[in-house]
Design a protein around this ligand. Structure first.
Ligand code: NAD
Ligand code: MG
Length: 285
C-alpha cells in the first residue's frame, strides 16, 4: 500500500486531533526557531489544532508569546497546543468562544490583547467547510451560514478589532486555500470564501501599508488536520492529497514556515498583499 494512503475515518465537526490516524505532525520534534519573531505577541484563531497548532509552536520557538482562539469543545486540543508553547518558554493565552457571534469574535481580540499586553501579529486561521454532499443543490442555508460566518464575517470582525492595536512592523496573515484557485464542486461555498479572503488581503494591504502593517495570506493545499476527517466523506479521506504533483497530503508543520516568513519583520519586511501557496505543487495563479 502507498503510505500516502490513509485509513478511511470520520468525525463530527469541528473534529479533534486524538482520534486521527496517523497523527499529524505539527513540528513538535522538528521545528527549530531562529529568533524571527523575538518579543512579538501573536493571536492565532483556530490555534488549537492542525495548521494553527503548527503555527503556534513555530511562533513560540521563534520567540513570540501567543494567544489562541478555538471552540469550547476543542479544549483538549487547545491545552495540548498551550503545553508546547509554554515548553518553548513563551506565554500562551487561551481564548475559547464561537467566533460566528460578533460580540464573541470581537471579544477574542480584547482578551488576547489583555493577556499578551498588546498585539503585533494577527493570524486569521480559523475556518470551516462541509464537503459531504454531491451538488450545488445540496448546499443548505445552515452550511452557508456556518461557512460564511466562520471564514469571512469573523475574519472581518477580528481584523477590525485588532488593527487599532497593531503598529509599525506588525503583520496580518490570513489563511486562504488552493480552493480559491482550483475550486472543488463539493466545496463551492467554502472555496468562494477563500477567493474572497485573497481579495480582502490585497485590499487591506493597500489600506494598512501606510501604517507599516503588512497583510498577506497563505494558501495551503491538502493538509492532514482534523478538518478533513470531520468534513470529508471517508472515501475521500483515504485518497486525500494523492492528486497533487508531490503525490501526498502535507503536514501542518510544512505550512507553518510560510506563516513565519510572512509574519517576521526579518524575512517578510517588503512582502505585502501576496498569497503564498504551500500546495504540494498545485498552481496558485
Ligand atoms: P482545524 O480543524 O485543525 O482548524 C480549524 C480551526 O478553526 C478549528 O480548530 C477551530 O478552532 C476553528 N474554528 C472553526 N469554527 C470556529 C468557530 N465557529 N469559532 C471559533 N473557532 C472556530 O483545520 P485546519 O485544516 O488546520 O484549518 C485551518 C485553516 O486552514 C482553515 O482556515 C482552513 O480553511 C485552512 N485550510 C486547510 C486546508 C487543509 O487541507 N487542511 C487546506 C487549505 C486551507
Ligand atoms: Mg481544532
Amino acid at each position: 500500500m502507498n503510505d500516502a494512503v490513509r485509513p478511511a475515518q470520520q468525525q463530527d465537526p469541528p473534529g479533534l486531533t486524538a482520534p486521527m490516524t496517523p497523527q499529524p505532525d505539527h513540528g513538535e520534534q522538528s521545528y527549530v526557531g531562529h529568533g524571527l519573531l523575538e518579543g512579538k505577541r501573536a493571536l492565532i484563531t483556530g490555534g488549537d489544532s492542525g495548521i494553527g497548532r503548527a503555527v503556534a509552536i513555530a511562533y513560540a520557538r521563534e520567540g513570540a508569546d501567543v494567544a489562541i482562539s478555538y471552540l469550547p469543545e476543542e479544549q483538549e486540543d487547545a491545552d495540548e497546543t498551550a503545553r508546547w508553547v509554554r515548553e518553548a518558554g513563551r506565554t500562551c493565552v487561551l481564548v475559547p468562544g464561537d467566533i460566528r457571534d460578533e460580540q464573541t469574535a470581537r471579544g477574542v481580540v480584547t482578551d488576547a490583547v489583555e493577556g499578551l499586553g498588546g498585539l503585533d501579529v494577527l493570524v486569521n486561521n480559523a475556518g470551516y467547510q462541509m464537503a459531504r454532499r454531491d451538488s450545488f443543490a445540496d448546499v443548505t442555508t445552515d452550511d452557508l451560514d456556518r461557512v460564511m460566518k466562520t471564514n469571512l464575517y469573523a475574519l472581518v470582525w477580528i481584523t477590525q478589532e485588532a488593527v487599532p492595536h497593531l503598529g509599525e512592523g506588525s503583520a496580518i496573515v490570513n489563511c486562504s486555500s488552493i480552493q480559491a484557485f482550483q475550486p472543488s464542486q463539493s466545496l463551492v461555498d467554502y472555496a468562494s470564501t477563500k477567493a474572497a479572503i485573497n481579495n480582502l488581503t490585497v485590499n487591506l494591504a493597500a489600506e494598512l501599508g501606510e501604517k507599516g502593517i503588512r497583510v498577506n495570506a497563505v494558501a495551503p493545499g491538502p493538509i492532514w488536520t482534523p478538518l478533513q476527517p470531520a468534513t470529508q466523506p471517508p472515501e475521500k479521506v483515504e485518497k486525500f492529497g494523492l492528486d497533487t504533483p508531490l503525490g501526498r497530503a502535507g503536514e501542518p508543520a510544512e505550512v507553518a514556515h510560510a506563516f513565519v516568513f510572512l509574519a517576521s519583520p526579518v524575512t517578510g519586511s517588503y512582502v505585502s498583499g501576496t498569497v503564498l501557496g504551500v500546495t504540494g505543487g498545485k498552481p496558485v495563479f
